[in-house]
Design a protein around this ligand. Structure first.
Ligand SMILES: Nc1ncnc2c1ncn2[C@@H]1O[C@H](COP(=O)(O)OP(=O)(O)OP(=O)(O)O)[C@@H](O)[C@H]1O
Length: 354
């Protein structure tokens, strides 16, 4: 597989704001990579640099073996063979679906001769692919949000770009449509094989769709890995918190799998972990996700890892309930199924299952 994007030591600042600090990242042909991080961490800035809308202050960007940006020179976006989909869709309101989608075939350089010879057929093919066959004459105002989004995707891929950049493309859609569009974007990716870089601040979207997730914080990369690695083996407290919504317990690592916690008002607990928490050992913390804690009705004799807690908040979330439980100085977020109910203020037994 060939390298599609290679980013080397990229820095970007706007006045005093360091939007990107020494970013290194390579993306292979056909990969689906999500850039994930909180607002302001630099995701959009990185996407804009790859697209060619902005120039780095340092470092290099390579696309398919060609250096396209340094602090001295920059190849303009229209010559980079990149398709783009934004949060706002940015369709032309006075053009119908056909006219919106055909546009890049007229104006992009390097469009395949095959597409130019039969432009109508190419547009038709792409509209079928995104499930909009028969919608050619409709104007954007006559389409639903999901349909508009599909037109934006069709327009971005019609000229067969080498790379597709998507910036929070589903954030203005409602929850149900978002889930459906996720699947459609995955299907399109499978069918076209185009590399995709997908910006989102929604961890479930990144984990659900991408082959590889790049977690960013304050202009730097915190961790790069498969969704599985990012979720089950976070390498920093930030990733554990942002992606897995982990609780952090302070204590002492006795060895690489034994964590001991002392409390003021109850017996100390020693936990033998199944997972390896090596990255957290120097900080003497144990991250625990809400689904790794079990809540039980309080019995007289509670189990070895059991802690005593009090229910402080309950949030109903459909099939799950999210409880906040006070255990000594900690307010632990705990996710349970809805089979057993606990009341506000109830004393409960809390078991850590890591
Ligand atoms: N044109 C600009 N001028 C000044 N500062 C900017 C500019 N563009 C971005 N920034 C700053 O750079 C930082 C990174 O912004 P960026 O838009 O890349 O973040 P983001 O992760 O995409 O955030 P969001 O999820 O909110 O879109 C922020 O602190 C932002 O305020």
């Amino acid at each position: 597989m060939n390298q599609c994007v290679h980013i080397k030591g990229i820095c970007k600042h706007y006045g005093k704001v360091e939007a990107l600090r020494q970013i290194d990242l390579s993306i292979m042909d056909g990969e689906f990579v999500a850039l994930l991080g909180p607002s302001g961490c630099g995701k959009t800035t990185l996407l804009r640099l790859i697209a060619g809308f902005d120039q780095p202050n340092d470092g290099e960007i390579w696309l398919h073996g060609e250096r396209v940006a340094t602090k001295f020179s920059i190849k303009p976006p229209e010559f980079r063979q990149i398709g783009m989909v934004f949060q706002s869709f940015a369709l032309w309101p006075h053009m119908n679906v056909y006219e919106n989608v055909v546009f890049p075939l007229h104006y992009q350089p390097n469009v395949l001769e095959e597409y130019k010879r039969n432009i109508r057929k190419r547009v038709q093919e792409i509209l079928e692919l995104v499930g909009l066959g028969g919608f050619e004459k409709r104007f954007p105002s006559q389409l639903s949000g999901g349909q508009r989004q599909r037109v934006a995707v069709a327009r971005a891929i019609v000229f067969n770009p080498a790379l597709l950049l998507m910036d929070e493309p589903l954030s203005s859609l409602d929850a149900e449509l978002r889930i459906q569009m996720r699947k459609e974007i995955q299907d399109i990716h499978r069918n076209l094989g185009t590399a995709i870089i997908y910006v989102t601040h929604d961890q479930s979207e990144a984990l659900a769709m991408a082959n590889r997730v790049v977690v960013m914080k304050e202009g730097a990369i915190e961790q790069v890995g498969s969704p599985n690695e990012i979720y089950f083996s976070p390498k920093t407290p930030f990733v554990a918190k942002f992606v897995g919504q982990s609780n952090f317990l302070k204590g002492e690592w006795l060895d690489s799998r034994t964590f001991s916690i002392h409390f003021n008002n109850q017996n100390p607990v020693v936990i033998n972990t199944k997972q390896n928490f090596q990255p957290f050992q120097n900080d003497n913390i144990l991250p625990i996700r809400p689904d790794q804690i079990q809540l039980r009705k309080l019995r007289n004799q509670y189990s070895k890892n059991g802690l005593l807690g009090k229910v402080r908040h309950i949030q109903f979330q459909g099939r799950e309930l999210m409880y906040s439980v006070q255990v000594e100085e900690y307010q632990l977020e705990i996710m349970t199924n809805t089979y057993t109910h606990f009341e506000y203020g109830e004393d409960v037994e809390v078991e850590l299952l890591v």
